[in-house]
Design a protein around this ligand. Structure first.
Ligand code: APR
Ligand code: ZN
Length: 247
């Protein structure tokens, strides 16, 4: 019933937008931050993933990011990612806003992807600005901690992701809220919806009159605002949803 209802909303939508979180990549083997087995159950996010601690001691960030990076770089899109790309290709989604930095939406064929929290696929040197692929830095983490810049020797190499305490990429934020203001359906997948301003995106869409569909493994604070709530794994629900919408 609920997936059918969600399919109906998506099939008649003209400006549907998706917002995804870590849950959409869970079935690709990348641990989420919250919920069962989440990263923040093991580490204090501010200690290991804030810009202040990074600048004070880049190794404290890289020691955690090394393991997560290894998993993320090896991860492949799962059926949930592929279904979202299919929905876009079928014209059911105009864009996909993501909080994820793993690049799996792009790998799965989604074209218009707005990365609110940046990309974990590149690393920038804060001293000389040189950018290099994360995969090259990953290779030397076992022998170089923290990693050093190949150009200036600096040790402030940072993935191009938004750490706590850092500003979000202005252009991505602007585009995301523009899309939300014009959306007639907002499909939220795999997010605990507790981190702002990303969690504001569905609220802006709702205020603009959009219908909201939530697909999440467990309840979210926004379930009560949603027109359709589906508690399940995105890797199962989204292919079903795409099949029903002819996506
Ligand atoms: N299918 C659907 N939902 C899932 C699945 C799954 N297979 N597995 C887990 N989930 C749900 C969890 O129940 C949880 O509610 O996905 C949600 C993931 O929530 P978070 O881990 O908090 O991820 P997210 O909402 O993206 O976090 C936002 O917080 O730490 C920062 O920068 C980080 O971008 C991240 C932001
Ligand atoms: Zn440098």
């Amino acid at each position: 019933m609920t997936v059918e209802r969600a399919a109906e909303l998506l099939s008649t939508a003209r400006r549907a937008v998706a917002l995804t979180g870590a849950g959409v990549s869970a079935e690709s083997g990348i641990p989420t931050f919250r919920g069962e087995g989440g990263l923040w159950a093991k580490y204090d996010p501010v200690k290991v993933s804030s810009i202040d601690t990074f600048l004070a001691d880049p190794a404290s960030y890289w020691r955690v990011s090394r393991d997560r990076g290894r998993v993320a770089l090896a991860a492949k899109p799962n059926p949930g990612h592929l279904a979202l790309a299919e929905l876009e290709a079928a014209g059911r989604l105009v864009a996909l806003i993501t909080q994820n930095t793993d690049g799996l939406h792009q790998d799965s064929g989604s074209k218009r992807v707005i990365e609110l929290h940046g990309s974990g696929r590149k690393v920038v040197c804060l001293d000389c600005g040189r950018v290099e692929p994360r995969s090259e830095v990953q290779e030397r983490l076992d022998v170089e901690m923290p990693p050093r810049c190949r150009q200036c020797g600096g040790t402030r190499l940072k993935p191009t992701v938004v750490l706590f305490g850092e500003p979000m990429p202005a252009a991505a934020v602007q585009e995301a809220f523009e899309l939300a203001r014009n959306a007639d359906v907002i499909l939220v997948v795999g997010s605990s919806l507790v981190v702002y301003p990303a969690a504001e995106v569905p609220l802006v869409a709702l205020r603009a009159g959009a219908r909201m569909i939530v697909v999440n493994a467990e309840p979210t604070p926004f379930d009560r605002f949603a027109h359709v709530v589906i508690h399940g794994r995105s890797g199962e629900v989204l292919p079903h949803l795409a099949a029903l919408t002819g996506g």
